[in-house]
Design a protein around this ligand. Structure first.
Ligand code: GN1
Ligand code: MG
Length: 345
């Protein structure tokens, strides 16, 4: 017998494919921190059915408009990268809204693809970095005014730093006391946030979530296929994409692992990532972007540590957590990563 959850998911998928059989195969997929994803088999193809987290993305309509614009743009500039195609509902809408107000969307799953939480080999790191650059290059001429800001201040670290300091003051779940060390670490390095904010970086359409597991590879050939998870594509700085790429691919352990003694940074990999990234972006970078490129991984790692710590101080309201100290483990992991990357300088 099929479970209630199975039946509910099939009901949702039938809003897109009314002829989908009730006993179709659908299963949980992936490890995203925000949305839920399910793999669906239908007519010899595989699709991804996704529930958009309404707390994080209250403007799902705007996200889908952005995704559509990026899809149309990439279809012209670099069609192989146009991987996220929204399949409309039977009524022609880009998504289906459930009784709780959550948006569900359906996209084709890229056949034979897989992703890695961290770069398993040097050539994957190079190819992944090259792909992030290629993606940004393909979006270079897309006017940022045409793309909506769906999460304001997403990589505005000064704004996040202000929120962080407010949470420290109000300490809503009384966790501050045991976190003095981590809090002090972030405060001591917050000048990086000022440096980025005052640099006058050019505004571009960027991905904003270029963690390694958003880079797809062909599982048979190993070729890098493109970037997925376009929910946070917004106007911003290209440095955050480079920073997040390095943050995730240089970390030899998962971002929520506490095995910090295994976090040995491979400095050769840093060089490889930079070369890969510059392959397509060299000519489009402005002087200030070039000057700050090597600071970007530190910036984004510190910002990520602060984001996890803010969430922990707030009582785990943003990121999915699987155990009580999950966010704290993530904080310590990112702080240790920050230290590791700094030592390369
Ligand atoms: C979230 O959901 P996911 O895994 O794509 C977060 C990113 C963080 C990342 C850390 C909308 O991304 O900004 O860098 O977790 N997405 C949002 O793993 O906040
Ligand atoms: Mg994401």
């Amino acid at each position: 017998m099929k479970t209630k959850q199975h039946n509910d998911l099939i009901f949702i998928a039938q809003q897109f494919f009314p002829e989908l059989p009730n006993d179709s195969n659908i299963q949980v997929f992936g490890k995203g921190n925000i949305n839920l994803s399910f793999l669906l088999d239908f007519k010899a193809q595989t699709f991804l059915l996704q529930r958009i987290n309404p707390e994080v993305f209250p403007n799902a309509d705007l996200i889908h408009q952005n995704i559509q614009k990026v899809y149309d743009h990439l279809s012209k500039t670099d069609p192989a990268l146009a991987l996220i195609r929204l399949i409309p509902t039977a009524n022609g809408a880009p998504a289906w809204i459930d009784v709780e107000g959550a948006y569900w969307r359906l996209i084709p799953f890229v056949a034979n693809s897989l992703s890695y939480p961290t770069a398993p080999r040097l050539n994957y790191a190079y190819d992944g970095a090259k792909m992030v650059g290629r993606f940004l290059k393909a979006l270079e001429k897309l006017d940022p005014d045409l793309i909506q800001t769906t999460i304001p201040n997403f990589h505005n670290s000064l704004h996040r730093f202000q929120q962080f300091n407010e949470v420290i003051k109000s300490d809503p779940v009384q966790r501050r006391k045991k976190l003095e060390k981590e809090i002090a670490f972030i405060q001591a390095h917050a000048h990086i946030f000022d440096q980025i904010a005052s640099a006058g970086l050019p505004l571009r359409v960027v991905h904003n979530d270029t963690k390694m597991d958003n880079i797809l590879f062909d599982k048979n050939t190993g070729h890098c296929l493109g970037l997925i998870d376009w929910d946070t594509i917004m106007p911003g700085t290209l440095l955050s994409d480079y920073g997040d790429l390095v943050r995730t691919s240089i970390n030899p352990i998962a971002e929520d692992s506490d095995e910090l003694d295994r976090m040995i940074i491979d400095y050769e990999l840093l060089q490889t990532l930079e070369e890969g990234f510059l392959f397509h972006t060299q000519d489009m970078l402005s002087q200030v972007e070039k000057d700050l490129l090597s600071l970007a991984p530190l910036w984004i790692t510190l910002e990520q540590a602060m984001r996890f710590l803010t969430d922990y101080l707030m009582g785990d309201v943003y990121y999915k957590t699987e155990f009580a100290e999950h966010n704290l483990v993530r904080v310590r992991n990112q702080v240790s990563l920050f230290k590791g990357i700094s030592e390369s300088k």
